[in-house]
Design a binder for this molecule. Structure first.
Ligand code: PEP
Ligand code: MG
Length: 324
């Protein structure tokens, strides 16, 4: 078993009916890209850049960030790398930023909210990504977007970074894709409107579950309620994928659900375009996908979206896996 799983690392992810699926890795540091490539990732679907900030004593400058993003791309041997702008706040602290103490940090000053209130900080990061994009395939996405205003403000800061580089004669990829994380229910509900403006979505189930079900993802006392198989979460995911496809855009998933073999038939059936997970889960996911038929998975998704509890969903997925 172990040996056959290892063999999947060297192969692309292909379903039983011959559909090629894009499998990417989540990384928290540039050096992790080496293992991601070795374990068979088609790219980096989520570079959690906040660790670059958390492991430093002071704000990392543009040059330092540029080197880190480019290093990740080089280690990936030219495969695409999605940089997520820093997601500080919530449970992630940053001593030198002197963030406020809050009663509800997960509902507070976090991620893009910090970036928009301190645009210099976000602009520096975007300049670093743009500069790296001259030499590699970079994409960028903004975390914790809750409404179109935030997205447009973030885009305006990106436009400013582009203009500056242009004026300085510094090269960058003018077609770099720009997307958002969908991890707040308001954004999942409004995916149709977002899809007109973004290049792609990446669904962050870790937070989407927390905010949809009002269950703190760190709180063991309510962990029994924390479940991405909750029908409400599944309906949001379907809405996001369908909205993106209607507009000719694509949707990835970088939350924990993407790496769960039980979820794979459902996500394939819903039409998910890109799956990003811890690199250690790639082979198992490829093995699972290799046994799946897309038509059967579409029918499964239709059935599952009619179920009314997480337990019923889980059971249906287990039944499907057992006969597959
Ligand atoms: C998510 O929320 O699903 C996600 C991928 O982001 P993070 O886990 O870093 O909050
Ligand atoms: Mg998140």
């Amino acid at each position: 078993r172990q040996k056959s799983l290892e063999a999947y690392a060297a192969q692309p992810a292909v379903t039983a009916d011959g559909t090629r699926v894009e499998l990417a890795a989540n990384i928290g540091a540039a050096a992790e890209a080496e293992a991601a490539l070795r374990l068979g990732a088609d790219g980096v679907g989520l570079f959690r850049t906040e660790f670059l900030f958390m492991h430093a004593k002071e704000l990392p400058g543009e040059q330092e960030q540029y080197r880190a993003y480019l290093e990740a791309a080089q280690l990936m041997d030219g495969r695409p790398v999605i940089i997520r702008t820093m997601d500080i706040g919530g449970d992630k602290e940053l001593p030198y930023l002197e963030l406020p103490k809050e009663a509800n940090p997960f509902l507070g000053y976090r991620a893009i909210r910090i970036g928009l209130s301190r645009p210099e900080l976000l602009k520096t990061q975007l300049r670093a990504v743009l500069r790296a994009s001259a030499f590699s395939t970079m994409k960028v996405m903004f975390p914790m977007i809750s409404g179109l205003d935030e997205w447009r403000q973030a885009k305006a800061i990106l436009a400013k970074a582009r203009l500056e580089l242009e004026q300085e004669g510094v090269d960058f990829d003018r077609n770099m894709e720009v997307g958002i994380m969908v991890e707040i229910p308001s954004t999942a509900v409004m995916a149709g409107l977002f899809a007109q403006e973004v290049d792609f979505f990446s669904i962050g189930t870790n937070d989407l579950v927390q905010y949809t079900l009002a269950v703190d993802r760190m709180n063991e006392h309510v962990a029994y309620l924390y479940d991405y198989f909750h029908p409400a979460v599944l309906h949001l995911i379907r809405n996001v994928i369908e909205a993106s496809h209607h507009a000719g855009k694509w949707t990835g998933m970088c939350g924990g659900m993407a790496g769960d073999p039980l979820a794979a038939p459902l996500l394939l059936g819903l039409g998910l375009d890109e799956w990003s997970m811890e690199a250690g889960r790639l082979s198992r996911t490829k093995e699972t996908l290799s046994r799946l038929d897309r038509g059967a998975c579409r029918r499964l998704a239709e059935d599952v979206l009619r179920l009314d509890t997480p337990a019923a969903v889980r059971q249906a997925l287990k039944d499907f896996a057992a006969v597959e």
